[in-house]
Design a protein around this ligand. Structure first.
Ligand code: S3P
Length: 453
């Protein structure tokens, strides 16, 4: 068995996974990526020193830490694994003398664009070959309404420059797409604007920014809007006070061992201290509808965020029809849910997945192409994805292109654990963005995942 390269290794990392025995054990997946970005950013503009425990040390979050350092914030990792952030207060960031390279991270890029847009200086952003393809107009439009100017490459893609405004204005903005990143970019911009900024989301999205800002003392409130939406109000020129915090484990990372165990007969796996924010756990509801035996145990809170241990037992699954309005509660889990559907009996339908086309890769195509290569019948119709499961292990015997997408990489490695023949991926290096110890953690549960020569 080859050694798993340490984080920071360069170059492509081809990996292969093969049919494994049953999976068993307890494990703790790394910190939540969304919450980790917000923890660093909020601490950066609070007054005083914040200490963060359980921060995700994946590439994406490290880019946000570097960006904040370039903006004059003291960000440091300590030997015991904790991070400290010496905040500069709302409005206290300084112009960076370097281009902020946000790597693969859409969340890092979009939220940081919001944060700097109400500071009176210029900031240049770039990213990797995946991030420079992703749409930024969705963030640029509301930030321009608040007074910033944004000069981007054609199609409003990175690299781009944000010319921050000295006189920000609060806005009322209804989101045209269900996106927590867009909502959060506006909220982080609004912290340094006078008056009340209002964001209306026709479908509620993850509320980690609201909870984090509230934890640090901001005045932020939300109320229901229409069917399943929310209106969020934030009072600007906030004074945020540093507060120590713990980051829950990421449900979006937990989803990989969760599904791997759910599709493996006799498996029994417990995932500890996972964030169970109701706006994130659509995957648990969906797997339960498919017949998975999942128990939520030991419920508690880390700050404003709910946390629990999630125990799953493997067994037969049935097909499921997932409504479009559930997508925001499990938007990052479709790649691995598609793997569960490929192993279930019957035809599953996932509705309203248009947003998957603008993730780290075009995930709708990547899922459909990859499953077809593994011998699964799959169809994309408009924004819906149909997957025919036979209730038997898929054939496998394919090499999957991961397109710089960590979740495509991990999802197809999970598929290989139950396929008749191994499944290979061309490049596992993107896994470093969100789940650096994915391979050793899965191996400890009994998964046969190896590096390929
Ligand atoms: C995120 C929001 C989602 C999600 C992403 C993280 C966040 O993106 O896919 O991985 O932390 O706000 P969208 O806002 O584009 O839906």
């Amino acid at each position: 068995m080859g050694e798993w390269p340490t984080p920071g290794s360069v170059g492509m990392i081809p990996l292969v996974s093969r049919r494994s025995g049953t999976l068993a054990g307890r494990c703790r997946v790394p910190g939540d990526k969304s919450i980790s970005h917000r923890a660093l950013m909020t601490a950066a503009i609070a007054i005083g020193r914040t200490t963060i425990e359980g921060l995700l040390e994946g590439e994406d979050v490290l880019r946000t830490a570097d960006a904040l350092s370039a903006l004059g914030v003291g960000v440091r990792r300590h030997d015991d694994g904790r991070w400290s952030v010496d905040g500069v207060g709302v409005g206290g960031l300084v112009e960076p003398s370097t281009i902020l390279d946000m790597g693969n991270s859409g969340t890092g890029a979009r939220l940081m664009m919001g944060l700097v847009s109400t500071h009176a200086f210029n900031t240049h952003f770039t990213g990797d070959a995946s991030l420079v393809k992703r749409p930024m107009a969705r963030v640029a439009r509301p930030l321009e309404r608040m007074g910033a100017s944004i000069l981007a490459r054609s199609g409003c893609r990175l690299p781009l420059a944000v010319m921050g405004t000295a006189e920000p204005v609060p806005i009322e903005y209804e989101l045209p797409v269900a996106s927590a990143q867009v909502k959060s970019a506006i909220l982080y911009a609004a912290l340094n604007a006078p008056g009340e900024t209002i964001v209306i989301e026709p479908q509620a999205t993850r509320d980690h920014s609201e909870l984090m800002l509230k934890y640090f003392g901001a005045t932020v409130a939300s109320e229901p809007f229409g069917t399943g939406g929310r209106t969020v109000r934030l009072t600007g020129l906030a004074e945020l006070q540093a507060r120590d915090l713990r980051v829950p484990s990421d449900i979006s990372s937990a989803a990989f061992p969760l599904v791997a165990a759910a599709i493996t007969e006799g498996a029994h796996v417990t995932l500890e201290a996972v964030g169970t924010n109701p706006l994130r756990i659509g995957i648990v509801d969906t797997l339960r509808e498919m017949g998975a035996a999942i128990r939520i145990e030991n419920e508690r809170r880390f700050g404003e965020e709910p946390v629990a241990d999630i125990a799953v037992k493997g067994g037969a699954l049935r097909a499921v029809d997932v409504p479009a309005n559930r997508a925001p509660r499990m938007i990052d889990e479709y790649p691995v849910l598609a793997v569960a559907a490929a192993c279930a009996s019957g035809t599953s339908r996932f509705r309203g997945l248009g947003e998957l086309r603008v993730k780290e890769s075009d995930r709708l195509s990547a899922i459909a192409d990859g499953l077809a290569r593994c011998g699964v019948d799959v169809e994309v119709s408009g924004d819906d994805l149909m997957i025919e499961g036979t209730g038997r292990p898929p054939r496998g015997a394919a090499t999957i292109a991961t397109h710089l997408d960590h979740r495509i990489a991990m999802a197809f490695l999970v598929l290989g654990l139950v396929s008749q023949e191994p499944v290979a991926i061309d490049d596992g290096s993107p896994i470093q963005t969100s789940f650096p110890d994915f391979v050793p953690l899965m191996r400890a549960l009994g998964a046969a995942i190896e590096t390929r020569a």
